[in-house]
Design a protein around this ligand. Structure first.
Ligand SMILES: [Zn+2]
Ligand SMILES: [Zn+2]
Length: 363
């Protein structure tokens, strides 16, 4: 079928709205009519060229929601009409990590720019157009059943798109990866889409204090709205002095929800003994940060990465929906701006300028 999508031909250039051929679902795959797509910082890295090695032309988009439109042969858990949140971690259900319940670490993921079987489902004038994960900016997409997670139909499907990346990643980094406990202190660096959800995760654990760290007052205001008990503006305040004032000996956890290696260095330096630093922001290709081994060994501090919030989307997404329905986390309020599909360039500009909690493309 013919679909429409903004296509990135070259980094640092505006995308082109094109009509693309979309292949029919194969065995175990479904086609989803997209309803909404979040505008995520990982896609911005492809858009602005700060991540290299991404094949072009490409359809971006790694968090979205929609309605199952066609069900391929061999699909067992989904039916036409189901409401689904898109996961960017399709899983083989067969490797060590899939069997351990960590499909985001699956050993059999497709090559960058491709889908299952290392092919592309999009074509333009007979030439391949690549996939950025699930490519949620396509008006329709085809994906394996494991990457379309069914949610209840009475939940607002547009804002549910955000569960597919920013909510699951931020919330899970605190709840699953850091396993924060009531009364422990946490600093969240970067109060954008992912960071705000890390703050929401911290609230559900009973952590205190919950310290939002950013360079923009507008983001720190949002951090407080989503549950931060204190905030630090790095462009005006001294991080070490403020952390000392709030915690005495440092934080039990620092969550780095920004792709900035300086923040990763700072997040380690402010850890209390036995503290854990969770790295989830994506730095630019090749970026590094220095680690003083004395901090690790001398105080049993840990640095860990978190991919998809160490979560299993099939289990986690419906759980996050229930938390939102019961009022324990906010999802709709994360959406600060809605865009049409042909406004994706403006959505990236606004994201890069730090103007939004989360922009949402609505189809
Ligand atoms: Zn993302
Ligand atoms: Zn696997």
């Amino acid at each position: 079928m013919l679909i429409s999508a903004p296509v990135l031909i070259k980094p640092k250039e505006n995308m082109q709205m094109l009509e693309l051929d979309l292949a029919e679902p194969r065995f175990g795959e479904v086609r989803v009519k997209m309803v909404a797509s979040g505008v995520c910082h990982s896609c911005l890295h492809a858009y602005d060229g700060s991540h290299t090695g991404i094949p072009m032309p490409i359809v971006l988009g790694d968090e979205g929601s929609g309605v199952v439109d066609v069900v391929g042969a061999g699909v067992s858990h989904l039916q036409k009409g189901d409401h689904v949140v898109i996961s960017w971690a399709p899983s083989c259900n067969n490797c060590k990590y899939c069997n351990l319940g960590f499909p985001a670490l699956c050993l059999n993921t497709p090559a960058i720019g491709k889908t299952t079987g290392d092919v592309t489902m999009f074509q333009h004038n007979g030439k391949d157009v690549h996939h950025y994960g699930p490519s949620t900016y396509g008006s329709y997409i085809v994906l394996p059943e494991s990457a379309a997670v069914k949610i209840r139909k009475d939940f607002p499907l547009e804002s549910a798109a955000l569960i597919g990346c920013s909510v699951a990643t931020g919330f899970g980094a605190v709840v699953n990866t850091a396993s924060l406990r009531a009364g422990q202190s946490v600093a969240v660096f970067g109060c954008g889409g992912v960071g705000l959800n890390a703050i929401q995760g911290a609230v559900t654990t009973g952590a205190y204090p919950i310290i939002g760290v950013d360079v923009l007052d507008s983001k720190l205001e949002m951090a407080r709205h989503f549950g931060a008990t204190h905030t630090i503006n790095l462009s005006k305040q001294d991080l070490d002095a403020e952390i000392k004032k709030l915690t005495g000996n440092g934080v039990d956890a620092s969550i780095i929800a920004v792709g900035n290696s300086k923040a990763m260095e700072q997040g380690l330096a402010i850890l209390a003994k036995q503290g854990i630093e969770v790295v989830l922001g994506l730095p630019g290709t090749g970026d590094k940060f220095p680690v003083d081994p004395w901090l690790l060994m001398g105080g049993e501090r840990k640095i860990v990465g978190s991919r998809y919030g160490s979560s299993n989307p099939l289990v986690e997404f419906p759980k996050l929906v229930e938390l939102a329905v019961s009022g324990r986390i906010k999802i709709e309020e994360l959406v600060t701006k809605r865009y049409d599909l042909d406004e994706a360039d403006e959505a990236f500009r606004s994201l890069a300028a730090g103007e939004q909690a989360r922009g949402l493309i609505v189809f």
